[in-house]
Design a protein around this ligand. Structure first.
Ligand code: SF4
Length: 877
């Protein structure tokens, strides 16, 4: 790809979404917005961006921003607010002890913010009750790494993807969740024929570019990798020299040999092909993410993968190794500062007295906890039981994202004192807070983040924070000072905090640990400002790569293979709950959509929560395509749009995790997930809840568009942004008596003239409201899901639309269909028509004709799937 070098007016920064950590170039636009493009020099992306990164400029407006501190919902000054927070935390600690307070922080935070949070809680408050939402993302990887390597080191780098002969993706929909890495993998495949294997219960967009897909049964990864290890042993592929440096080899292989493949549900032929490809090529990279981590056996799954790489010595060398990719932009930074309740700082050990003493001396800390604090699920359980009495949530939305989210929401609501730092007050969690602290957002704050391959990059401010918003490190330093530690929290800015963090890492290096960036401890402010991406360690004692020499960080320096045995997911089926619920992300949204949901084009791809259901199950249960389905688990209930597809296996459904009380209250999927955790890592099992599935008996379905926010009052609703307002899907069990009154309440329109067609006998209603000749809002309702040209209708509010009530574009304007390419707004119908009429046979040909897939490339797998679908249909004819 061709990219132009940095312009003088551009500022280098980093994308704030996923753990790929793409570099971006930012430029202030004349209208106050920000132009964003990929940084051609950043080693994570070399100029590429995905749909989310490309749309960053659309998410930086002030819509919904929290601009001032608020106490009990009322605007307050900074001084009184910070004093209140300090007083309440101090009083709670004095009355109930340091373990009666907790911080819940986030992989969204910058390393400098994270560092101050960890120092305040572990060094000065004297509790380890600080945990991060990265617990939900990759805690099992941390635990697995520590068991095998003695510390939490990611051995691989992104460059390995270009050198590998085989890339195995386990529990990783890389095409949607780490799209730029997926582009790098596909580019490697095109350049050198790299084989791609996907191990995933579900056929995802990632499978479209793969050579082999293993649709294993949910949760059976340990059985598969044990079988691989046994095959490696029997096939003579063990690296005998390497395993001499590894403890646990015999016991692990013996356990693997006894393992069964039956739990995987895969055919012998498929498993044999997988093992053959793995063993025949030395350069194998195994990428794994949430499908491995978010499991009650997550740590064992990680070690089952690591065991195979250790047995073959395929680790720490170019083009080979196990490679965890993190979900969050700074999950790795959080791991480095000790943002998890069971770690200290800089990969030092909280339960090691020497490590504790060294950190305590470095911080000049009055007290340090000597045991781990509460991990996320236990932390919120303690909140619900009243053991945590003061809680500070930073940049996270646990009322939506924790398992059993309804109970977590109730617990936060009942907590004696809750502080939330965020950029918006409009989250499910922020609405429950006693105190809201306005935080600086991406593009307004400065600091560092670490991506999945240990590369530390700068995020830089290109404009000042609006209103009274301030950086997170400042919030915490001010509270720390007010709690009685003025010297320890007397920071002038992020550069000073980074230097302290880097200097502390030198202590870790002194103990022989991996995380040592003490080479950066003396950066001047100007050096810090100019800092270019750097992969740690930056005081290398062992050279740039870890583990090629077979040396670990365990005492004695030996690697460890860990014997593991497959076990069922924690939540057990019951007659009432015969399905397994797999959760995950979609291509164009990020977490709870507080930022990505602001972009109309990102919202155009998938605009409401859905459940993928296998055709056999749908048929048996009487669930028709595009109707609504009710999904119930022991802990919650959701109403979701049914997508009937054989991408999921019979007896399982898939539903995304992005929707909230703000966007679709009945789509909060983590309300259904049980609070079962991995016994080692404490990571919740988010991909194997049990549930029932049934049709939702809707008496009416409706679609609405409006230039102003909607106020839905229906059992089901889901709303999304459009270029000129909002769109919403709605449904209910009883038909409104008066459609006009119902629509006026929905749109908040009292006097506006209405044009309407209502047929009460057939249950059909269509209403359009115009003001000054322009469409304000329109509603389409009927007893069945509406067959409307939604994208066309969504563009009408604010225009001089005519004939709105037909629900279709004029006859001479073709219907583009649902948006597939978000960058260029190209719909499915447009692509299908072009394939048919112009004879386009490849993704590149479609790109050349329609531009679709030629910007960020995130939709290329879906274009390929459309081509394949057309090809299959033609073959059948
Ligand atoms: S892959 Fe996309 S979301 Fe992830 S860092 Fe890169 S641009 Fe951002």
């Amino acid at each position: 790809m061709k990219v132009s070098p940095k312009d003088p007016g551009e500022v280098r920064s980093t994308c704030p979404y996923c753990g790929v950590g793409c570099g971006v170039l930012l430029q202030r636009a004349e209208d106050g917005g920000i132009a964003v493009r990929g940084d051609p020099d950043h080693p994570a992306n070399y100029g590429r961006l995905c749909s989310k990164g490309s749309a960053l400029g659309e998410t930086v407006g002030l819509d919904g921003r929290l601009l001032t501190p608020r106490v009990s919902g009322i605007r307050a000054g900074w001084d009184e607010t910070l004093q209140l927070v300090a007083d309440r935390f101090r009083r709670t600690i004095s009355d109930h002890g340091p373990d009666s307070v907790a911080f819940y922080v986030s992989g969204q935070m910058l390393t400098e913010d994270y560092y101050v949070a960890n120092k305040l809680m572990k060094g000065f408050i004297g509790s380890a009750n600080i945990d991060t939402n990265s617990r939900l993302c990759m805690a099992s990887t941390v635990a697995g790494h520590k068991r095998a390597f003695g510390t939490d080191t990611v051995p691989g780098t992104y460059d390995d993807l270009e050198e590998a002969d085989v890339i195995v993706l386990v529990g990783s929909n890389l095409a949607w969740c780490h799209p730029v890495l997926h582009q790098r993998v596909l580019a490697a495949k095109a350049a050198r024929g790299t084989k791609i294997i996907v191990v995933d219960p579900r056929r995802t967009a990632t499978c479209d570019g793969a050579d082999l897909h293993l649709p294993l049964r949910i949760g059976s990864d340990v059985a598969l990798f044990n079988h691989l290890l046994a095959a490696i042993y029997e096939g003579g592929a063990i690296d005998k020299e390497y395993v001499r440096k590894v403890d646990g080899f015999d016991a692990t292989v013996t356990r693997a040999m006894a393992a069964q493949v039956a739990p995987t549900g895969l055919s012998d032929r498929l498993i044999a092909r997988f093992c053959d490809m793995w063993m025949r090529h030395e350069k194998v990279v195994t990428i794994f993410s949430q499908g491995v981590n978010q499991s009650s056996a997550g740590t064992d799954k990680v070690n089952a993968i690591l065991n195979c790489h250790l047995a073959t010595g395929r680790i720490g060398k170019p083009g080979m190794g196990p490679f965890s990719v993190t979900g969050q932009p700074n999950a790795m930074g959080g791991r480095e500062v000790g943002g998890l309740a069971n770690t200290l700082a800089c990969h030092l050990d909280l339960e090691n007295a020497e490590h504790r003493a060294a950190v305590r001396a470095f911080w000049d800390a009055p007290q340090m906890p000597d045991r781990p604090g509460l991990k996320a699920v236990d932390l919120f359980r303690a909140v619900s039981e009243g053991r945590i009495k003061a809680l500070w949530v930073m940049h996270s939305n646990p009322a939506v994202t924790l398992p059993e989210a309804d109970a977590v929401r109730d617990a936060i609501a009942a907590c004696d004192f809750t502080v939330v730092s965020d950029i918006t007050a409009e989250t499910d969690t922020a609405r429950l807070a006693h105190v809201l602290l306005p935080a600086a957002a991406w593009s307004e704050k400065s600091g560092t983040v670490t991506n999945s391959d240990r590369t530390i990059s700068r995020q830089r401010a290109v404009r000042g924070a609006p209103g009274e918003a301030r950086p997170d490190w400042w919030h915490m330093a001010e509270v720390g000072r007010r709690m009685g530690w003025p010297r320890a929290f007397d920071y002038a800015g992020p550069a000073e905090i980074f230097r302290e963090h880097a200097a502390l890492s030198g202590i870790a290096g002194g103990f022989g640990l991996d995380f040592d960036i003490s080479g950066l401890a003396k950066l001047s402010n100007a050096d810090y400002e100019a800092m270019t991406p750097v992969r740690w360690p930056v005081a290398a004692r062992r050279g740039g790569r870890f583990f090629a020499d077979g040396q670990s960080f365990h005492p004695g320096g030996r690697m460890r293979m860990i014997p593991v045995t497959w076990r069922e997911p924690a939540a057990r089926h019951a007659p009432r709950f015969p399905f397994r619920l797999n959760t995950g992300r979609i291509r164009d949204q990020w977490h709870t959509m507080t930022r990505s949901g602001l972009s109309p084009r990102l919202s155009a791809h998938l605009a409401e929560p859905f459940a993928e259901i296998h055709p056999e199950d749908a048929d048996r249960l009487g669930i028709a395509p595009d109707t609504l389905t009710e999904v119930t688990s022991p802990s919650g209930r959701a109403i979701l749009r049914a997508q009937i597809t054989d991408a999921v296996q019979p007896g399982t459904i898939f539903a995304p995790m992005h929707w909230t009380g703000e966007t679709a209250p009945s789509g909060r999927i983590d309300a259904l997930v049980a609070a079962a955790t991995d016994p080692v890592s404490g990571q919740p099992e988010s991909k194997a809840a049990v549930c029932s599935v049934a049709p939702f008996a809707a008496a009416f379905h409706a679609f609405a568009v409006s230039s102003a926010p909607l106020c839905p009052a229906a059992e089901y609703w889901a709303r999304a942004r459009t270029a000129h307002g909002w769109r919403a899907e709605l449904a209910g069990r009883s038909v409104p008596d008066d459609w006009e009154a119902w629509a006026r309440a929905l749109f908040g329109l009292e006097e506006t003239a209405a044009e309407m067609v209502v047929d009460s006998t057939r249950g059909i209603a269509r209403l359009a409201f115009h003001e000054g000749g322009r469409l304000r809002a329109a509603l389409f309702a009927g007893p069945e899901p509406m067959g409307l040209q939604r994208d066309h209708l969504a563009a009408l509010p604010g225009t001089e639309a005519r004939h709105t009530l037909t629900g279709r574009s004029p006859a001479d304007v073709p219907d583009p269909g649902p948006t597939l390419c978000a960058c260029f707004g190209v719909g499915v119908n447009t692509i299908l028509t072009a394939i048919e009429t112009e004879g386009l046979m490849s993704v590149d040909a479609i790109g050349a004709a329609l531009s679709a897939g030629t910007n960020c490339g995130s939709c290329r797998p879906e274009i390929a799937a459309l081509l394949a679908r057309v090809g299959t249909q033609e073959a059948a004819e």
